[in-house]
Write a protein that binds this ligand. Structure first.
Ligand code: SF4
Length: 347
């Protein structure tokens, strides 16, 4: 590890911009103080890897509307509660009577729905390739148990199309390499990134989550700069083909669709929605096709695409803090603004 750190500290080539697209990597990079171990010529930027952060304002607004309808109860993970909608968050709406329940697993909803058939439970189904198989299992169990009073409001995303979008954008500073997302790669396999590496002539390195694993992956990206190759350095969990069982479960219940990303608009083929066959379980997800950022001054759009560092946002640390978040990137523990704020090293 000493040699890797020395290599990364002494790098003096052209400035490289490397992007991570996994919220857990974002958090671990910050927690391990990795930016402080790198040469100033190696810049790490966060991409759209935090599922809560990329969820559009319209989605929160729709959840609030659903939660206010008599008989409905919105069910969500805790980190969605404080994400600002266009006028309020779910947490604020709850104080005004919107019915919201927090759970730790989507499966908890089955018990709730089974015990309370007079209510309709709507799960805020947000996530990437990692989470979609869980929703597939939820539906499978609901069908097996004859539970009909559950719905999903989906905001499910897939990673390769958004990376393609970022690489294809005419950015002043284009990305020189990607830390491929570890959790997503467990499901998709490392082959999901091979086409992108070849198309853009840049390296993708699948990385684990320990500080040493991340540093080793960054060193590999630096060495491979300018080479369109995908390398899997997380072989304890990731194969080239991925988890075929999970892929088959997703294939049964979901199909690809266009999806709206916060700050990026609609990206073709970048989402998953329930198949028509299962649309009785859908709460109107296909209609959510708008990305209208309303929070004045919030730079989440730039932060999510690596164009703006959180500290460059005029609201960072002043108006916007984890206690008073103005944008989704400051809410989630996987958000880059949240992690920059809590960073152990000054940026
Ligand atoms: Fe948005 Fe706050 Fe991040 Fe600025 S610091 S981009 S306001 S979340």
């Amino acid at each position: 590890m000493k040699e890797i750190i020395e290599y990364l500290q002494s790098y003096q080539g052209r400035t490289l911009k490397l992007m991570e697209v996994c919220g857990t990597h974002t958090a671990e990079i910050s927690r391990n103080g990795i930016p402080g171990l790198l040469s100033p010529s190696i810049q790490l930027v966060s991409g759209p890897g935090c599922p809560v952060c990329v969820t559009v304002t319209e989605y929160i607004d729709r959840l609030i509307l659903l939660g206010k309808e008599p008989g409905n109860i919105v069910v969500t993970f805790g980190d969605m509660l404080r994400v600002p909608g266009s006028s309020q968050s779910l947490s604020e709406a709850r104080a005004e009577g919107c019915q919201v329940r927090m759970v730790y697993s989507p499966m908890d909803m089955l018990k709730l729905a089974g015990e309370n058939p007079e209510h309709t439970y709507i799960f805020a189904a947000v996530g990437f390739e990692t989470t979609t198989p869980v929703y597939a299992m939820l539906l499978k169990n609901a069908l097996a148990g004859g539970i009909k009073n559950i719905r999903l409001l989906t905001s499910l995303k897939v990673m390769p199309p958004v990376i393609d979008w970022i690489c294809g954008e005419k950015q002043e500073n284009s990305i020189d390499g990607f830390l491929a997302p570890g959790h997503v790669s467990v499901i998709t396999g490392s082959r999901a990134f091979e086409g992108l590496a070849e198309k853009y002539g840049i390296p993708f390195v699948v990385a684990g989550f320990e500080g040493e694993q991340i540093l080793a992956a960054i060193a590999a990206l630096v060495k491979l700069r300018g080479v369109g190759k995908t390398v899997n350095m997380y072989t304890s969990a990731v194969t080239r083909e991925g988890n075929l069982t999970a892929q088959a479960a997703v294939e049964e219940y979901f199909e690809p669709a266009d999806a709206a990303w916060r700050g990026m608009g609609v990206i073709p083929g970048s989402g998953m929605v329930l198949r028509k066959k299962y649309e009785a379980f859908d709460a109107g997800s296909r209609e959510l096709m708008e990305d209208r950022e309303k929070n004045k001054g919030c730079c989440c759009a730039g932060v999510l695409t690596g164009k703006v560092r959180p500290v460059q946002c005029p609201l960072f640390g002043k108006v916007c803090t984890p206690q008073t978040p103005q944008g989704a990137c400051m809410v989630s523990t996987e958000g880059s603004c949240f992690n920059s704020f809590n960073s152990i090293l000054p940026e």
